[in-house]
Design a protein around this ligand. Structure first.
Ligand code: ZN
Length: 318
């Protein structure tokens, strides 16, 4: 049985696993990371991959591997360009290093485009070749697929749609240097920010997060349903912001499907709030609708990484 190895490398954990051709995870193991720079992260990744090979082993015959990783990634060159979005580090030849270790072809891309690749090969992409995958998690980013091709751009920065401005009069300063970016209204980071900013204006039963802690989205949604004034204000604003950015994106790439994935949207709560806010004329070409990702958020990263390997051996022009 031919299989594909996935390495899902997030900020705090590395998940290594083996996937079969149908997208089933056969085996996996989680490692802690907590890296500071690309060099130490890459060394940890190689040592953990070696441990996985020795302690977990392979159920089938791996024919390719993929790495989904945070930051800026040059898919075509197999290089990890930057750990964050500041292009200051030297590109790191991550694909070549893992190829040397495993002796099979290795592909690399950023985490959201990896998840987009999984949707394309194993998820909703089996019924559409023109879609937008919107990942609403800690941050907000998208993968745009048009005619079966994942958009990457001149600098591999395509899809950073969290920095689309949705309010020209906003005073909300963003890390990118502009004001009114959508990520500050609808994302894990955005929810926390809004809860803190609006707490002076609305009463609430929600514990206000302190010292870098994040708002619990499930609790936020639950309290909004119970009519909690602050939670209602934050989630109403988030639904409007998400509907706005979805409609803006639809005008840009003309998809027939919009897929929502990531921990914030996976229970479908926010999707229900967004649906009635969509303008019928704008959304008329989205004939297959707004849908939730077919994958559980905990598996999406690993499936994404392994599907990059699958695309590499199938020589799919992604
Ligand atoms: Zn921004």
């Amino acid at each position: 049985m031919e299989t594909y190895i996935g390495l899902d490398f997030g900020g705090t954990k590395l998940l290594i696993g083996e996937m079969d051709a149908t997208g089933k995870i056969l085996r996996s193991k989680r490692y802690s990371t907590g890296f500071r720079d690309q060099k130490s992260a890459s060394e940890a990744l190689l040592s953990d991959m070696d441990d996985y090979r020795k302690t977990v082993g392979f159920e089938g015959t791996p024919v390719a591997a993929g790495i989904g990783i945070v930051g800026v990634v040059d898919h075509d060159r197999g290089e990890w360009v930057s750990i964050d979005h500041q292009i200051t580090n030297r590109p790191f030849p991550l694909a070549a290093l893992v190829e040397n270790l495993l002796g099979i072809p290795v592909a690399v891309d950023n985490d959201v485009r990896s998840a987009t690749c999984a949707e394309l090969l194993l998820g909703h992409g089996r019924s559409t070749k023109n879609f937008i995958y919107l990942n609403v998690g800690t941050g907000l980013a998208a993968g745009v697929v048009t005619a079966g091709h994942i958009l990457r751009g001149a600098n591999n920065n395509s899809g950073e749609i969290g920095h689309m401005v949705i309010d020209l009069h906003s005073q909300e300063e963003c890390v990118c240097g502009r004001k009114g970016c959508v990520e500050n209204f609808v994302s894990g980071v955005g929810f926390t920010r809004q809860v803190k900013e609006l707490t002076a204006s609305y009463s609430t039963k929600l514990p206000i997060p302190e010292n870098g802690a994040r708002v619990d989205a499930v609790q936020l949604f639950q309290l909004a349903d119970e009519g909690d004034p602050l939670c209602k204000a934050v989630t109403d604003q988030a639904a409007e912001a998400l509907a706005c950015v979805i409609m803006n994106l639809v005008r840009m790439s003309d998809p027939d499907t919009v897929i929502l994935g990531g921990g914030i949207v996976s229970d479908g709560w926010l999707l229900k709030k967004v649906q009635p806010l969509l303008n019928a004329a704008t959304i008329r070409g989205v004939t297959k609708g707004l849908v939730l990702s077919a994958f559980q958020p905990k598996n999406a990263g690993l499936l994404g990484a392994a599907s990059l390997g699958m695309a590499k051996v199938k020589e799919a022009d992604l």
